[in-house]
Write a protein that binds this ligand. Structure first.
Ligand code: G3P
Ligand code: CA
Length: 316
């Protein structure tokens, strides 16, 4: 069955990376919730898409943090603002979350100021609690963000993430966990640290930052060549590919290399689900888990992507 992975929670309906976004995704039937992880100054893992948090929190209106405003190079880009690695977890917890994409998701802005930034531990607790309550496995699919950068500032992400999984009894190959990353180097380190299945993310263009920094000329396109997929299969069980990269030949080649394919990020367009399910992907990251769950059922029942649209319309 194609996995439904709630991308940053049910982020089409709630500000992303909040416990409420994850909880709603589980209520909607998502198999996995996806937190992006960065580190605080004291090494706690928190869920944010970026370590610069002026776009996702109210930190700009906290005068006590005015002196933390700064500019840094992160993954080869100059970034200006406030950074998780300059605040302790206790300080991060004084902030409140804002919708990151208010023009795209104006409805989510009504939740601005209500929620705190969750820790990875809180997310693992939530997933365990909701799974027990519902009598089904609810998985977690963490992505470590900018691992080379965080390691360079003395805050490696891989070890504390694995330690947290271990504390929750999840460092097992059969746990409902996938760990994803764009950087092959971090995944290779993780392969030595953990039993959980790993996923190599594939961007729509360019190359992983750790390869660029090392002068390695391989791009994401090279990673999904036949040789690239064989390399990935040595440390990962799946590729998490941008939806522009998912063409039937890539799906077939990945499957031939023994890799599953999880595509990101699907929207509320039912035609997208029809196309990706028909292409044979094994999982979809979605901002709209309710639509993905219904589309998956319709596809399974009808067995014909041309009828999926009508089937989803009837089931919604
Ligand atoms: O992890 C899949 C996808 O989420 C990767 O991109 O930028 O949405 O974290 P991003
Ligand atoms: Ca992600």
């Amino acid at each position: 069955m194609t996995l439904v992975i709630a991308h940053r929670g049910a982020s089409g309906y709630r500000p992303e990376h909040t416990l409420e976004a994850y909880r709603l995704a589980i209520t909607m039937g998502a198999d996995f919730v996806e937190p992006d992880l960065v580190a605080t100054k004291d090494g706690a893992l928190v869920a944010r898409h970026e370590n610069e948090i002026s776009g996702t929190t109210d930190i700009a209106s906290h005068p006590e943090f005015a002196d933390r405003f700064t500019a840094k190079m992160v993954d080869g880009r100059c970034v200006t603002g406030w950074f998780t690695e300059d605040l302790t977890l206790a300080e991060v917890k004084t902030l409140r979350v804002r919708e990151r994409l208010p023009r795209l998701r104006p409805g989510n802005c009504r939740f601005d100021g209500r929620h705190k930034v969750p820790t990875f531990e809180e997310i693992l607790d939530l997933v365990a609690h909701e799974g027990r309550r519902r009598g089904r496995a609810v998985g977690v699919y963490p992505e470590i963000k900018a691992p080379s950068y965080f390691r360079s500032v003395g805050l490696p992400l891989e070890e504390p993430m694995v330690a947290a999984l271990r504390r929750h009894g999840l460092d097992r190959p059969d746990a409902a966990v996938y760990v994803q990353c764009f950087e092959p180097g971090a995944l290779r380190r993780l392969a030595d640290l953990t039993w959980v299945p790993l996923v190599q993310l594939i961007g729509p263009r360019g190359a992983p930052y750790d390869l660029v920094a090392a002068g390695d000329l391989r791009t994401y396109a090279d990673l999904v060549s036949d040789a690239g997929l064989r390399d990935i299969a040595a440390y990962a069980v799946a590729v998490g590919t941008h939806k522009d990269v998912v063409v039937p030949s890539v799906v077939d080649n990945a499957h031939d290399a023994g890799l599953a394919v999880h595509a990101w990020t699907l929207s509320d367009d039912v035609d997208e689900y029809a196309a990706f399910l028909a292409a044979g992907v094994d999982g979809v990251f979605t901002d709209f888990p309710d639509i993905a769950v219904v589309a998956r059922s319709a596809f399974a029942a009808l067995g014909d992507w041309r009828m999926l649209r009508a089937g989803v319309a009837a089931m919604r």
